[in-house]
Design a protein. Structure first.
Length: 254
């Protein structure tokens, strides 16, 4: 299978997983134009997977449905995604292009957000970013913590295919929180070099995220101590750590 990240909008990636014949699954097409350009080069979209309802993830779907009548559009149970042809929930799976895509509920960024993973790839939408996670637009810190724990329990060899190129900016915050983390320092340096060469920093191994992403490490002593110092008080539990970390990130300026 061939994995491709199509740059879209300001900093989005539309992920495509295609066989040798070009038949493909397209994930979160917020803009139809990059997908249609790939079609001219041989891509044959067969299924669209949607992680959540935000327009930069679903904005191109209608145009793709017009171009490919009958294409499967698979989304969570979310009325704000009216163009879906199929709905999925946590624990279910989708069969497409010879792969099984497992569905994981990942509330936090939005309440109905889902992620999809195969044996090789994790399409996390805006739930998990390289060295970060999505803002809490609808969910609670408790839900975000549960989501991070759920994703952390997946096999470490999965390649995280998130929807935005945020690695460098996330790394700046992560190193502010966790300055002694050697793995994080190396990730930051590698990401800077990639972006200087106009290369994508994605995908990234989930195992590497577990070593360097503070939102996956709220149980560790360095993250707990940093959040406690930032809040100016003792923390009470892991939910308190996650709430403080997310609030800290939301207001952070380098």
């Amino acid at each position: 299978m061939r994995l491709t990240a199509l740059p879209a909008l300001a900093d989005n990636y539309i992920w495509c997983l295609a066989g040798d014949d070009g038949v493909a699954v397209v994930i979160d097409p917020g803009d139809a134009a990059p997908v249609l350009a790939a079609v001219e080069a041989g891509l044959r979209p067969q299924v669209i997977l949607l992680t959540h309802h935000h327009d930069d993830h679903i904005g191109g779907v209608s145009a793709l449905q017009a171009r490919f009548p009958g294409i499967r559009v698979i989304a969570p149970h979310e009325p704000r995604i009216p163009m879906a042809t199929e709905r999925v929930s946590d624990g279910e799976h989708v069969q497409a292009v010879g792969r099984r895509f497992h569905v994981v509920s990942v509330p936090g960024h939005t309440l109905s957000h889902v992620a999809f993973h195969t044996d090789e790839h994790l399409f996390s939408g805006d739930a998990l970013f390289s060295l970060g996670c999505g803002r809490l637009f609808e969910g609670t810190p408790s839900q975000l913590l549960a989501t991070m724990r759920s994703l952390a329990s997946l096999p470490g060899q999965l390649l995280v295919c998130c929807a935005h190129e945020y690695t460098v900016s996330n790394a700046v915050f992560a190193r502010h929180v966790d300055p002694a983390n050697a793995a994080l320092r190396q990730r930051h340096e590698e990401a800077l070099a990639m972006r200087r060469d106009d290369r994508s920093t994605l995908p990234v191994l989930l195992a590497d995220e577990l070593q360097s992403n503070p939102f996956l490490r709220t149980h560790t002593a360095p993250i707990r101590a940093a959040v406690s110092a930032h809040l100016g008080r003792e923390i009470t539990d892991d939910v308190d750590v996650m709430a403080g970390l997310r609030q800290w990130k939301d207001g952070f300026r380098a």
